[in-house]
Design a protein around this ligand. Structure first.
Ligand SMILES: Cc1cc2nc3c(=O)[nH]c(=O)nc-3n(C[C@H](O)[C@H](O)[C@H](O)COP(=O)(O)OP(=O)(O)OC[C@H]3O[C@@H](n4cnc5c(N)ncnc54)[C@H](O)[C@@H]3O)c2cc1C
Length: 475
């Protein structure tokens, strides 16, 4: 059968593939720096996991380990945020706008360690921000191929109800989460854990991936009643291991209308034996996390099995959860499609490792900072206890080299699939870090097109850093 010809429908300075967590910030950053920017997204909304998947915006603050130190730094957020805040720029602007419109819940009304949001308001805000910045959107379009010339990306090919269409561009940013564009360009990649991960020396198998899962929303929950029950018996309550709030802090935050996440141990013989609960701006609505599904998030069969297994598990959770105080009349409000945590790691000019992250290695090409402790299956003894593994007031630098797709002059890879080991990606894949990589890539791509630079490696890194600093990015 003959294939219909691909029609060239538009051209841009910068094309961003994937309008998810990293892609939205990449597009805003490129457009605000003067590039004609087209953002292509396969669904009908923007934000990816951070809106449609109900994930929170997590970690903004230097990591402080022990609970008393964490409380000290939470307090510093209100009095001296510059001391502890590691995410600025467009990421913080988004969080601040969400909080000020009542669609985000943080600490002390600020973008602190965690911000959980009302996803529908967030999706609306992103459309507003794209309009303000002049980003051209192409929704309901899958990027399925690349047009390459002499090893560079010249355009992207999309598939939609209209058939195949092409968008030409000088610079491309792969924000698909799985490195779809880089793979089409022939950039090498690994999947899950490799020999570069320390865990392999401690018995982990190569190829281990962080499991898929869903964060689902439950309505009609009496959170106060749940917390009271959790406070009556110490075995019911655990601190959420990254937010680090004690029971009293959780209650105090909840009473003030702030982020108050914790882990509940149900005591049930069946699932869920425990779950994380996150309060949301809408009273009575919470996000629950997280049943797991194993498999490879780039394989149709695994994704199909995971969707079906997850529907069953969430149904089972709901059947039992209504036995808990506070959940008696609760109902399942929404359950997103399966969320993928880890698949490919696309080879870049630099491979970020857990030693770099933990030791806060100095990178001359640092484009932003992260602060999320490792959240990936690992067997490294000194990484096991997040309370003590990381130094006080710890954060890590993100080098520009891990965003540059190996061997391609004009392709950035941002978000969870950039060039990092499995263990390092446990720190860089949480949402805020993904957004920070997007901001850098967008600015760099725009600077290059403005100056007629075809190869990203020729860009003056100091100029990029100055541009990012002027946007409020913390370097
Ligand atoms: C269940 C779960 C819970 C999590 N909870 C948290 C949390 O609470 N806090 C936290 O910080 N992190 C959390 N994470 C991690 C975090 O959400 C992700 O790592 C991060 O959002 C990934 O960002 P991304 O931009 O790389 O991908 P995504 O946000 O998934 O964006 C990718 C976008 O690209 C689009 N796309 C993909 N392929 C194509 C294509 N070929 N053509 C066009 N469009 C395409 C997708 O539709 C999507 O919009 C969680 C992850 C999961 C799975």
């Amino acid at each position: 059968m003959m294939q219909a010809p691909t029609q060239i429908v538009d051209s841009a300075d910068v094309v961003v593939a994937g309008g998810g967590t990293a892609g939205i910030v990449a597009a805003l950053s490129a457009a605000r720096n003067g590039a004609r920017t087209i953002l292509i997204e396969r669904t009908g909304h923007l934000g990816g996991m951070v809106t449609g998947g109900n994930a929170g915006m997590t970690m903004y603050m230097k990591y402080s380990g022990e609970l008393e130190k964490h409380a000290r730094d939470q307090a510093a957020l209100a009095t001296d945020p510059a001391q502890v805040q590691v995410a600025g720029g467009i990421t913080k602007e988004i969080a601040d706008r969400l909080i000020s419109m009542g669609a985000g819940i943080g600490n002390d009304g600020q973008a602190g360690s965690y911000v959980f949001t009302s996803s529908e308001d967030f999706k609306w805000l992103l459309f507003e921000m794209m309009k303000e910045a002049g980003v051209v959107l192409r929704l309901h379009s899958w990027v399925v191929d690349v047009i390459a010339d002499d090893g560079a990306v010249v355009g992207l090919v999309t598939e939609s109800k209209e058939g195949r269409q092409a968008i030409l561009a000088k610079q491309a940013i792969d924000a698909t989460g799985d490195g779809d564009i880089a793979v089409r360009m022939g950039v090498p990649y690994t999947v899950g854990m490799t020999e570069d991960d320390l865990s392999v020396q401690h018995g982990s198998k190569v190829g281990v991936m962080t499991p898929m899962g869903v964060m689902f929303k439950v309505g009609n929950v009496d959170v106060k009643r749940l917390l009271t029950w959790a406070g009556e018996e110490p075995s019911h309550f655990r601190t959420q291991r990254f937010a680090r709030l004690t029971y009293d802090e959780v209650v105090a935050c909840f009473d003030k209308g702030e982020m108050a996440c914790c882990t509940i141990s149900t005591g049930f013989d069946e699932a869920p034996k425990g779950f994380q609960v996150y309060n949301l701006p809408t009273e009575g609505v919470v996000t629950l996390c997280c049943p797991f599904a194993h498999g490879d998030g780039t394989k149709v069969e695994d994704l199909t099995n995971a969707e079906m297994a997850m529907a069953e598990i969430v149904r089972q959770w709901m059947g039992n959860i209504v036995k808990l105080p506070g959940f008696e009349t609760a109902f399942l409000l929404d359950c997103p499609e399966i969320g993928v945590r880890e698949t490919r790691h696309i080879a870049g000019d630099y491979l970020l490792t857990i030693e770099d992250v933990y030791n806060n290695k100095e990178f001359p090409d640092c484009i932003g900072r992260g602060s999320h402790p490792i959240d990936a299956p690992n067997r490294v003894p000194w990484l096991k206890d997040v309370a003590t593994a990381f130094p006080d007031r710890w954060s890590f630098g993100i080098p520009y080299g891990c965003l540059l797709a190996k061997g391609v002059p004009n392709l950035h890879v941002v978000g969870r699939c950039l060039s990092a080991t499995h263990e390092a990606s446990g720190s860089i894949r949480p949402t805020v870090q993904c957004m920070i990589t997007g901001e850098a890539a967008g600015a760099a791509a725009a600077l290059c097109t403005k100056q007629g630079i075809a190869n990203l490696r020729k860009l003056d890194i100091k100029q990029l850093q100055e541009t990012l600093a002027a946007q409020g990015v913390v370097l």
